[in-house]
Design a protein around this ligand. Structure first.
Ligand SMILES: [Cu+2]
Length: 175
């Protein structure tokens, strides 16, 4: 089932529930009128039970949703990643020329001189990831290369006269 269909089904379910509640409320106004003191005790009891049910529902929802919190899976995926230092300088990237396919990689990107940008292009020439390369600071870029081939890192921030030729090709997979 596609995401759009799931969203449509969810919308229809919740919209139907909302409409049903409105109809029930509208219908309930046809009942004979009661005096406040006749119904007060009973009403408070109903309110108390609903409040308790709502609190329990919210606690249960909160507990049930914790495993789906994205940060845990992101942290788990980071754990076995291979760290690859990248040093940018006028006008080159110092980094390995071969990297593994389908393995999480964390590029540790910094600069030896001025601000650069580390942009990774796949073999089709599409930009797939990028991060700033800054002096005296390390930025972390997590990448998984899903296809082997010849990739190219290019500088994406003007850094001097040689900026346009600042590139490094590297191979993913093979050996
Ligand atoms: Cu540059």
């Amino acid at each position: 089932m596609s995401v759009a269909v799931k969203l449509l089904v969810m919308f229809l379910v919740f919209a139907s529930a909302a409409i049903a509640i409105f109809l029930a409320v509208a219908y309930s106004t046809h009942l004979p009128v009661s005096e406040q003191h006749d119904v007060q005790q009973h009403g408070y009891a109903i309110r108390g039970r609903w409040f308790l049910a709502l609190v329990l529902f919210l606690i249960a929802s909160f507990a049930a949703s914790i495993p789906f919190y994205p940060y845990m899976s992101a942290t788990a995926a980071l754990a076995p990643a291979r760290k690859v230092p990248v040093i940018a300088e006028q006008y080159a990237f110092i980094m390995p020329s071969r990297l593994p396919v389908d393995k999480p990689i964390i590029f540790e990107v910094t600069s030896r001189d001025v601000n650069h940008d580390f942009g990774i292009y796949n073999p089709q020439g599409h930009l797939i990831a990028q991060v700033q390369a800054m002096p005296d600071y390390t930025n972390y870029l997590r990448v998984i290369f899903h296809a082997p081939g010849q990739y190219t890192a290019r500088c994406l921030e003007y850094c001097g006269v040689g900026h346009a030729i600042m590139a490094k090709t590297f191979t993913v997979g093979g050996k």
